[in-house]
Design a protein around this ligand. Structure first.
Ligand code: EPU
Length: 423
């Protein structure tokens, strides 16, 4: 339950990046001894990967208070991951690339994750096949095997984060050189490359369109601190602007936030970027803007949903073009319950700014839609009840505690009988 209308003020620290964490943890399978991963966010996806890796035979020690997980995969692991756990997250398919590299075979249930479009995995499979794997889908299980992976050139039809990561993981032990052309350039792709290089791999060019991996047989364990979460930082920046507050967000990499800062500045919000922090403040209604989501360094699709909440109360009419996922506007119907004026046609949302939103019972359909509803609730007059906060817990570490520390009124409530609130 969010009671809106309070400006956020103070200082808050961003946690480690979810989408880096979910790539690095499967990558530990590639090391011959223990890896220590620091700055891990305490979120559901990390807890799921801990459970999946443990059940597969890894020795996992997790100290949430220290944000640290030690994963030792030196003993032989099972090469099939539990259906029920894998289905609950997207990044479980990274286990396929990592297990294939280490054992030459793997069986993983088709992944779950946020319902934001079809999310095909053809580019992952194309890449793994180019490296010499046979991959099939049977009864909802992805089955892959190889008699030895060999480096190859893989051109991605779309600059897919997931395919880039999976092919990188599979190729680190492959014989010879693998070149990924039209690779994704997101910060978490670079973080994974740095992690693999710390393990002794040879990955070059991450952060550009072309990544080259020279296969090496033996990788060792390492200690590594993952990057701060770009999307959590962006969400907090938007929340600060939405409540006309003044917030210093610490533990950020400013360059990762450039597209988000640029749009907020265009809206009339003040953004001061420091070395490892950003201050966001505003005392007036934002101006309307046009936003098109793009692969990094363009405007992130993961921030499209939170910023769409802010645009509901901007002056004038804003337009958002969602070019990455075909069904990522589910938050809009919920905004309309709160008095927003938004229409969606396919991948385009037209948002006619209103003076204010009013609190209402709403439902989160996915992770970032949930974050968007929190932003809407913080701006709205009265109380907003957000159902399905489990989605938010998948990717934001104790978001309510962070917002409360900034002066928000937000409570997690258990509702036994939802009748009356939602029906
Ligand atoms: N695509 C294909 N074929 C493929 C793979 C992707 O057509 O084989 C398409 C997708 O349908 C989409 C586009 O390519 O239209 C980009 O998808 P991408 O593979 O880059 O996305 P992803 O790997 O499934 C990751 C993040 C998402 C984030 C996107 C885009 C993780 C675990 N997930 O997803 O994060 O939105 O990249 O940046 O890294 C989130 O955190 O809320 C989230 C959904």
């Amino acid at each position: 339950m969010v009671r809106g209308g309070r400006p956020l003020r103070g200082t808050v620290t961003v946690s480690g990046a979810k989408n880096a964490a979910v790539a690095l943890l499967p990558a530990t399978i590639l090391a011959r001894d223990a890896c220590v991963v620091d700055n891990l966010p305490e979120i559901q996806d990390v807890l799921l990967l801990r459970d999946i890796l443990s059940r597969m035979g890894a020795k996992v020690e997790y100290v949430p208070e220290e944000r640290r997980m030690t994963v030792d995969t030196s003993a032989d692991m099972t090469t099939g991951a539990t259906f029920g756990l894998v289905r609950r997250m997207r990044a479980s398919y990274y286990l396929l690339g990592a297990l294939l590299a280490r054992y030459g075979h793997a069986q993983i249930a088709l992944p779950g994750g946020c319902d934001i479009g079809q999310r095909p995995i053809d580019q992952h499979l194309k890449g793994l096949r180019a490296l010499g794997a046979e991959v099939e889908t049977e009864h909802g299980i992805l089955k892959a095997k190889t008699d030895g992976l060999r480096g190859a050139e893989v051109y991605l039809d779309v600059a897919s984060v997931g395919a880039t990561v999976n092919i990188m993981l599979a190729s680190v032990h492959a014989e010879g050189l693998t070149t990924i052309v039209n690779a994704a350039k997101e910060p978490h792709v670079v973080d994974l490359a740095n992690f693999l290089n710390c393990m002794g791999a040879s990955v070059k060019g991450a952060g550009t369109d072309v990544i080259r991996v020279r296969g090496k047989k033996d990788l060792h364990g390492t200690s590594y601190t993952i990057i701060p979460d770009q999307i959590e930082a962006g969400t907090l920046m938007i929340a600060a602007a939405a409540t006309r507050g003044d917030v210093v967000i610490q533990n950020v990499i400013s360059t990762h936030l450039e597209s988000i800062s640029a749009k907020l500045i265009e809206m009339g919000v003040h953004v001061d970027q420091g070395y490892d922090h950003v201050r966001v403040y505003s005392d007036k209604r934002p101006r309307h803007v046009t936003i098109k989501t793009l692969p990094y360094p363009g405007f992130p699709t993961d921030i499209q949903q939170p910023i769409s909440a802010l645009l509901c109360t901007a002056e004038g009419t804003s337009v958002i073009i969602e070019s990455i996922f075909e069904d990522r506007f589910k938050q809009v119907a919920e905004f309309c319950r709160m008095g927003a004026r938004v229409s969606v046609d396919n991948r385009v949302a037209v948002i006619e700014g209103v003076e204010k939103l009013t609190g209402a019972p709403v439902t989160a359909s996915d992770l970032r839609a949930g974050a968007a509803l929190i932003v809407a609730g913080l701006m709205a007059e009265g109380e907003t009840y957000i159902k399905n906060v489990k989605f938010i817990d998948r990717g934001y570490e104790r978001i309510e505690d962070k917002l409360i520390s900034l002066g928000a009124s937000i409570e997690r409530i258990e509702v036994e009988d939802e009748y009356g609130m939602y029906e």
